[in-house]
Design a binder for this molecule. Structure first.
Ligand SMILES: [Zn+2]
Length: 246
């Protein structure tokens, strides 16, 4: 299942929506909002991006995630200004920007889990590998996403969530086996069954004289069915060498 996205775009033509095509996109950049205030959730950031302060900077990104929703502010076909690596920076020009809320009245763990699922959705849709997911820090050296970075194994755990979501999508889309693969698979199953059957064999005709002799001598019980191929071979060798005597 894909995360539900509430679309609330920055109006076209505003200074923080350049409208120029994104390169790729080749990366997904993760941020924390660094705004712990009460009510600083995804909807509030959508409002902020449509206001004068964000336009003046200019600053913009593609998605904001809080504990209850994902809001989209820019089409993923356009670039924003969120990476802090300049007007020609690869981070700004080729990465989708995602901000995770840290408002004190929200559930931060829920927001991070939702963000990791969104990133997994995007990797799947854009056919990008897990290494395409980077921190804001990667582009500008800023300590962002600061909460994830401050927590032990924070980034690794976040990526685990991304991977789980991506794998869930990939698993659903498993392509069925081709006819040749199916035949190969069936042959393998048959071979395994054949090998297993060797451990529970009826007495093969080539082993019959040896088995009869061994029963006669009281060395084994009759019937001798249910033994392995190796057992019958060993018995036959002994018989042929004349070792099965009184
Ligand atoms: Zn950032």
């Amino acid at each position: 299942m894909f995360e539900t996205i509430l679309v609330d775009m920055i109006p076209a033509g505003r200074n923080n929506r350049p409208g120029t095509p994104i390169n790729g996109p080749y990366f997904i950049t993760v941020h924390d909002t660094a705004n712990p205030g009460k009510g600083a959730n995804a909807l509030m950031h959508a409002k902020y991006l449509k206001g004068e302060a964000a336009e003046a900077l200019p600053v913009s990104w593609h998605f904001t995630v809080d504990d209850t929703r994902v809001v989209q502010h820019l089409p993923i076909t356009e670039h924003g200004w969120h990476a802090g690596d300049g007007s020609r920076g690869e981070g700004n020009l080729s990465a989708i920007g995602i901000e995770i809320c840290e408002n004190e009245d929200g559930n931060r763990a829920e927001a991070e889990a939702r963000a990791s699922r969104l990133v997994g959705d995007l990797l799947y849709k854009l056919k990008l590998p897990i290494v395409a997911v980077v921190q804001h820090n990667h582009w500008s050296g800023k300590n962002c996403p600061h909460i994830i970075r401050a927590r032990k194994n924070g980034w690794e755990n976040f990526l685990d969530g991304v991977r789980n979501q991506l794998n869930a999508h990939l698993g659903k889309d498993d392509v069925p086996m081709t006819e040749a693969e199916r035949k190969q698979f069936e042959a393998l199953v048959n071979r395994v069954e054949e090998l297993e059957a060797q451990h529970d064999m009826k007495v093969p005709s080539w082993a019959k004289p040896a088995v009869d002799r061994a029963i006669e001598l009281g060395l084994i019980d009759a019937p001798a069915d249910g033994s392995s191929r190796d057992f019958f071979r060993l018995l036959t060798i002994m018989y042929r060498r004349g070792l099965l005597k009184d």
